[in-house]
Design a protein around this ligand. Structure first.
Ligand code: AMP
Ligand code: MG
Length: 411
């Protein structure tokens, strides 16, 4: 084995995080079709091209009126007006409202010229012969939505830096803005390595296991807001790994994830290739699980070498891949947030930081964590099926007693 380089080996979680993040910058902005831009950060503000609403309209189903016509209306002496017309949502240029008459109007319909208020249907009394009785005077502008009262024309409708979610996308639609300038969704290439791996659809044969990592990581990457590119399985040879890595570059990957082959063994192709190319910047982190992870760049693209063990791979992804993707997307990048949780059983510490799989439940204002029946094998995906949290046991801890409060990452 090569000499251990103290500048890249056995780094803390924080040092690893800082080093990885320093290599990852938000992607350059580009115009993207609105439907594809959901979940992206807006790089240029959307300026309202017109007022919203674009015209004054009825906020309620009811009757358009002149306020002065109803000035004397009381429950005892209602004002009765003839219905001079009807205007539905979508109708253009309704006839103006003549004094001493009313116009039946629907929600969203263009307000007739002269109308000063809308009296809701339920506050009016329909009489025979197209007459309506009003029992009280309306206040001016009541139930009228004025042009531009939501967003005035030529003002900032959505500021740069906003994440485009449902409301933002809806607002763009209302303005007819169908292309927006955003930080695009990063493409994250995923490569599984190992002679033992079969595709998930293949039948088991002696000595082989199915590739659990490619699709699991693709799902995680999608949840983190990136576009996964599943490059497939590379056998444990430099040639196959290089070919997959080059296919990742050709696919425009902004981040490459490999799984397995990151340790220092003879057949650990990822670490060997990264070492040979002098591309390693982090190798082996003081954490458990996840120690064999590595970080470097390949073809200028950041590469995180995840452990092969599937549970470890997903835990490392949660800790490091998630914030890296956030950074590439132009969002704040931090190690996972935690909540304080009360331990139900003692936990052993060590000189590495432990991320202990647990089930955390909320009882009132407290979080309670149990590790009973969850399991902790680094290859055991069922632990993450049963558990819903990772308890953080800091490096250097002795035994943490039952009843202690620890940080918990809710998954
Ligand atoms: P390695 O890091 O190559 O030593 O792999 C560690 C363990 O993870 C071994 O038991 C591998 O068989 C297993 N492993 C590696 N890749 C995968 C994968 N894609 N799916 C499931 N298990 C894997
Ligand atoms: Mg292997």
């Amino acid at each position: 084995m090569a000499e251990r380089d103290q500048t890249i080996h056995d780094l803390s979680v924080e040092a690893t995080f800082e080093r990885i993040l320093s290599r990852c910058q938000p992607l350059p902005a580009q115009p993207v079709a609105l439907a594809a831009a959901a979940g992206c950060v807006l790089a240029e503000a959307v300026i309202a091209p017109h007022a919203l609403p674009p015209f004054a309209n009825a906020g309620m189903d009811g009757f358009a009126v002149h306020v002065a016509d109803l000035a004397d209306a009381t429950p005892q002496q209602p004002v009765v007006l003839p219905v001079a017309g009807i205007v539905q949502a979508g109708d253009a240029a309704p006839t103006p409202l003549v004094r001493g008459t009313t116009i039946r109007i629907m929600t969203g319909a263009l307000l007739p010229a002269g109308a000063e208020a809308v009296v809701p249907l339920e506050d009016a009394e329909a009489l025979p012969d197209a007459q309506v009785a009003f029992h009280q005077p309306p206040s001016p502008k009541r139930h009228i939505r004025l042009a531009g009262e939501d967003v005035p024309a030529d003002t900032v409708a959505i500021p740069a830096g906003k994440l485009l979610r449902a409301a933002e996308v809806g607002l763009c639609c209302a303005f007819g803005v169908t292309t927006v300038t955003v930080i695009p969704r990063p493409t994250v290439a995923i490569i599984s390595t190992g002679n033992e791996l079969l595709e998930p659809h293949e039948p088991l044969v002696p000595g082989k296991i199915r590739d659990a990592n490619s699709l699991a990581l693709a799902v995680a990457v999608g949840e983190y807001g990136a576009q996964p590119y599943v490059a497939g399985i590379a056998r444990d040879t430099q040639a196959e790994l290089s070919a997959k890595l080059d296919s990742a570059l050709a696919a425009g990957a902004n981040l490459i994830l490999t799984s397995a082959g990151a340790s220092a063994g003879d057949f650990d192709v990822v670490s060997a290739l990264m070492r040979a190319g002098d591309r390693l910047e982090v190798w082996q982190v003081k954490m458990k699980p996840g120690r064999p992870m590595l970080f470097g760049t390949y073809g200028g693209v950041p590469l995180i070498g995840l452990p092969g063990n599937p549970a470890s791979a997903l835990i490392v992804a949660e800790l490091f891949v998630k914030p890296v993707i956030a950074r590439l997307r132009g969002l704040p990048a931090t190690l996972p947030a935690t909540v304080p949780a009360i331990l139900d059983a003692p936990q052993k510490g060590s000189n590495r930081r432990h991320y202990v799989r647990a089930y955390v439940s909320r009882e009132g204002n407290e979080y309670h964590a149990t590790t009973r029946g969850i399991g902790h094998g680094s290859g055991s995906l069922s632990t993450l099926v049963r558990g819903n949290a990772l308890l953080v046991i800091p490096e250097g801890s002795g035994e943490v007693a039952a009843g202690s409060v620890v940080d918990a990452i809710l998954l």
